[in-house]
Design a protein around this ligand. Structure first.
Ligand code: FES
Length: 114
């Protein structure tokens, strides 16, 4: 489940591709290359069913969000298990919500997440 859209995928399917297939409206400025962090998602359930974070994912999240203009993002999501959809592969049932975009905001609101 991505931004409230349910889709069946096979083991090892990239979360980002599932989001595209489900029309989940995840942001994707770099085209799924792990560079922009706009596809960042917060797992609501089943986060353990995503593949382990890649080096690129860790590097991108650390470097982009360290920038001063993005300090508000860092503060809001600090300590949360944020993942990049384009770097995560589905290994089982999982529900995630995006950090950016209108559709993600609506789903977060429904879960009481600002
Ligand atoms: S789409 Fe840019 S980091 Fe995932």
């Amino acid at each position: 489940m991505i931004n409230g859209e349910e889709i069946d995928v096979w083991d090892g399917y990239r979360l980002w591709d599932a989001a595209l297939d489900a029309d989940a409206r995840l942001w994707k400025w770099c085209g799924g290359n792990g560079l922009c962090t706009t596809c960042a998602v917060l797992p609501l359930a089943g986060g353990e069913n995503l593949s382990a974070p890649t080096h690129r994912e860790k590097f991108s999240l650390a470097t982009w969000w360290l920038g001063k203009p993005l300090a508000f993002i860092r503060k809001r999501w600090k300590g949360k298990p944020i993942r990049l959809a384009c770097q995560a592969y589905v290994r089982g049932p999982v529900e995630v919500v995006g950090l950016f975009g209108k559709k993600a905001r609506k789903v977060r609101a429904a879960h009481g997440i600002p």
